[in-house]
Write a protein of this length. Structure first.
Length: 390
């Protein structure tokens, strides 16, 4: 058996960053920027008024000073004259500040009669002007790799980037295996259960940036598994669920081997999730996850998500391990690294007493996986532990 860290690095060796494709800006949210992208203009492209008011020369701005209004500048409509001594231009937010002016007095501080204005309140020291290029300049970059959020899309739009280079989405094929499984909504016979892992993993991996194909459930026969593998053709990562341990009906290892899988490892010293196999099959990475619902989801979190990340271009990403103090004691851990379902509170972290790897209700309640190293001794309230946030 190998350690979780070793398994993770072997799994990462099975995948490589995917090529770039260009998508329209409107389709870029949630995608991963794969090349640095440079602004195609300055923003603002001109010195712009930040307020509604009057533009004039700062040297002339003082309480009770009077000016003649010689024109107007509104957003999208520049004033094309020059502001001279004793003159002002009516200006609105977003309008270019006219030549000759370098100060905007806000309209609340002005009284106006016809074309004459007087500064009637202390105008303050702010010029109320946004400098040309004050937000960003031509050539300012958004650096790759970066998962694009709504906020980034807004910035790229302002930069006039209408198409965006992103990493191709990793294609993942998910294969549930087992004679006992039916799809949600189907009517199970009394000895059957609903396939859950595929749905949880699909949601998880799509959130991580993958395109997930859910293949038909494979039955516990070599023929059915072989068909399932053939349907996975073209995927970057093939993930099977169940059938990976040593029972009479656990055929995934055998079938994958017969199809020519180059095995990287089998079995990891972790709880939950010991029977995990991985390798390369027909040009794709292949990971065989254990069938127990919690094991499958925890392995997805710990192993599959980093593989997706690497394919998206995050090559040196380390797990986001955080620390918190225990609000409930822990008994000594056994020989395997244990990922315990736990809840966070403002005071710290507490693991659930029951860690049965078939209990999805507890996984759904958990917001963290508390990490216990192999042979970690009993821990008391107040001691610090490591965890991953779910
Ligand atoms: P296996 O690894 O095939 O022996 O499966 C271990 C346990 O996980 C068994 O109780 C299976 O019924 C269950 N199981 C396997 N695959 C799934 C799945 N896709 N969804 C829910 N439970 C599953
Ligand atoms: Mg099975």
């Amino acid at each position: 058996m190998i350690t979780v860290d070793d398994a993770r690095s072997l799994l990462l060796d099975l995948v490589a960053p995917l090529p770039t494709e260009r998508v329209d800006l409107v389709a870029s949210a949630g995608r991963t920027l794969s090349e640095d992208l440079a602004a195609r203009r300055d923003q603002p492209p001109f010195a712009a008024s930040a307020m509604d008011g009057y533009a004039m020369k700062s040297a002339e701005v003082e309480l009770h000073a009077m000016f003649k209004v010689i024109g107007e500048a509104a957003a999208g409509h520049a004033f094309d004259g020059v502001v001279g001594p004793g003159q002002a231009v009516r200006i609105f937010t977003g309008a270019p500040v006219p030549e000759g002016a370098d100060f905007v007095v806000i309209q609340e501080d002005i009284s106006r009669t016809g074309d004459l204005i007087t500064i009637r309140d202390e105008p303050g020291s702010s010029s109320n002007i946004r400098a040309k290029g004050g937000d960003f300049r031509v050539g300012t970059t958004v650096d790759a790799p970066k998962r694009l959020r709504a906020e980034d899309v807004a910035l790229l739009a302002a930069m006039n980037c209408d198409t965006v280079p992103v990493a191709r989405r990793p294609v993942v094929a998910l294969i549930s295996t087992g004679d006992e499984l039916v799809m949600p909504g189907d009517t199970p016979s009394p000895d059957q259960i609903i396939a859950s892992n595929t749905f949880g993993l699909k949601a998880m991996l799509e959130q991580a940036g993958a395109e997930v194909r859910m293949l038909p459930i494979a039955r516990d026969t070599e023929a059915s598994l072989t068909t399932a593998f053939s349907l996975a053709d073209g995927a970057d990562l093939v993930v099977t669920i169940g059938g990976a341990s040593v029972g009479d009906h656990d055929l995934v290892g055998k079938v994958a081997q017969d199809l020519g899988m180059d095995r990287a490892f089998y079995k990891v010293a972790m709880r939950p999730g010991k029977p995990l196999m991985a390798g390369r099959l027909n040009g794709a990475a292949m990971v065989g996850l254990p069938g127990n619902p919690v094991s499958a989801m925890v392995c997805g979190e710990i192993f599959l998500k980093p593989m997706i990340q690497k394919m998206l271009g995050f090559v040196d990403q380390k797990p986001d391990v955080r620390r918190a103090v225990l609000t409930a004691p822990l008994t000594a851990n056994g020989p395997r690294e244990h990922y315990m379902r736990a809840t966070l509170s403002p005071d710290g972290i507490a693991a659930f007493d029951n860690q049965d790897s078939a209990m999805l209700t507890l996984l759904a309640k958990a917001d963290a996986l508390l990490i216990r190293p192999p042979h970690d001794p009993a821990r008391a309230v107040g001691e610090e532990v490591e965890y991953l946030k779910l």
